[in-house]
Design a protein around this ligand. Structure first.
Ligand code: UDP
Ligand code: MG
Length: 331
């Protein structure tokens, strides 16, 4: 039977923590009752350097339900993406499958069962995808949609309308843990892992209690990080623009020369206008070229794993791995 770890990053969530714990415990008990997950499945709260009573409440819950509720305390606030990573990697050693969910219960716990079913059908990653964005403000909805579009244009593969409500098998988390980068944008990284994936759909609710811990500033930072961590397209755009402007300077050359010979110009205009266009183009081209190298260096320093072998078929060998993670040998 597979042991489930529900990973919950929490930053100043004292208002909602007890409720989250109760709802998630009930969900886990229900799944255990149905024989879908192991008896010793648990919920892992990650306290992301909260300044309120979040950690005390986690300790309290652990005291009351030591088997069911665990906690990780981060020494300082590192942000949602890092807190979640810390939780997943901590849970990895103690579980067969993880589900990450926000503490505010906006994501529907009812689809967790469906996620587990899809996991048993052989999916390694199951994305929770929002059906509609009715509960969002107009601003959040349109900005989020523009963001997904932009990501697509920039060549970053993401799952549309998926936040970080997601099931991951242990081997998927293990593979993810090999990604050594510090600019984390988990949603963009998951599709790089490979393996079979599926989606479950749900409606996102209002926050159960408390305020959003993602103010506009953090949202914009996340969006920019998402693009800049995955794509060097902006640099290519500069290079392209430089080439384009140099081309325009050629047109300007023809135009200026014609004007010059027909005598419709103030003295000095021809050389000035040509210099402006040509030098402008040349500078953009140079910056873009340098940028291309920096982009390559950026990709190199990430030291991302270059591939993930899912299975090896090889005659006569015995499985060389430690059980159900990593490669399986079939004859
Ligand atoms: N969170 C975190 N560290 C932070 C900010 C947020 O761990 O620095 C957690 C937060 O406690 C919540 C989740 O990330 O469980 C998502 O945050 P929130 O619900 O405030 O974001 P929103 O749903 O408003 O986008
Ligand atoms: Mg939320």
């Amino acid at each position: 039977m597979d042991r489930l770890a529900v990973v919950v990053p929490c930053y100043n969530e004292e208002e909602v923590l007890k409720l989250a714990s109760a709802v998630l415990r009930e969900t886990v008990e229900d799944l255990i009752g149905k024989g879908k997950i192991a008896e010793d499945s648990f919920i892992l709260f990650v306290n992301d350097g909260s300044r309120d009573r979040t950690w005390e409440l986690i300790e309290e819950e652990h005291g009351l339900y030591p088997e069911r509720v665990s906690g990780v305390k981060l020494a300082a606030n590192v942000g949602h993406q890092f807190a979640l990573t810390a939780g997943l990697i901590t849970a990895m050693a103690r579980s067969d499958v993880t589900i990450s969910i926000d503490a505010d219960l906006q994501d529907d716990v009812a689809v967790i069962e469906e996620m587990i079913d899809k996991f048993h059908e052989g999916n390694d990653i199951v994305y929770g995808v929002r059906r509609e964005r009715k509960t969002d403000t107009f601003f959040k909805r349109t900005s989020a949609q523009a963001f997904y579009k932009l990501m697509g244009v920039m060549g970053v593969k993401t799952v549309y309308n998926h936040a970080d409500f997601r099931l991951m098998s242990r081997r998927a988390v293990e593979e993810f843990s090999k990604y050594g980068e510090t600019n984390l944008f988990l949603r963009g990284m998951m599709p790089l892992i490979g393996y079979r994936t599926d989606n479950v759909y749900y409606d996102r609710r209002e926050r159960a209690a408390g305020e959003s811990k993602y103010p506009l500033k953090k949202m914009l930072a996340l969006a920019f990080n998402g693009i800049s961590s995955f794509s060097v397209k902006p640099i290519s755009l500069i290079l392209g623009m430089g080439l384009f402007i140099i081309f325009v300077s050629l047109l300007a050359l023809i135009y200026a020369l014609c004007s010059y010979f027909t005598g419709h110009v103030v003295p000095g205009w021809t050389s000035l206008i040509l210099s402006i266009w040509f030098l402008g183009g040349l500078q953009l081209l140079a910056i873009g070229l340098v940028g291309q190298y920096i982009g390559k260096i950026y990709i190199e320093v990430k030291h991302r794993p270059r591939y993930n072998i899912e299975k090896i078929l090889h005659g006569g060998d015995t499985p060389s791995d430690d059980g159900d993670s990593g490669a399986e040998i079939h004859d």
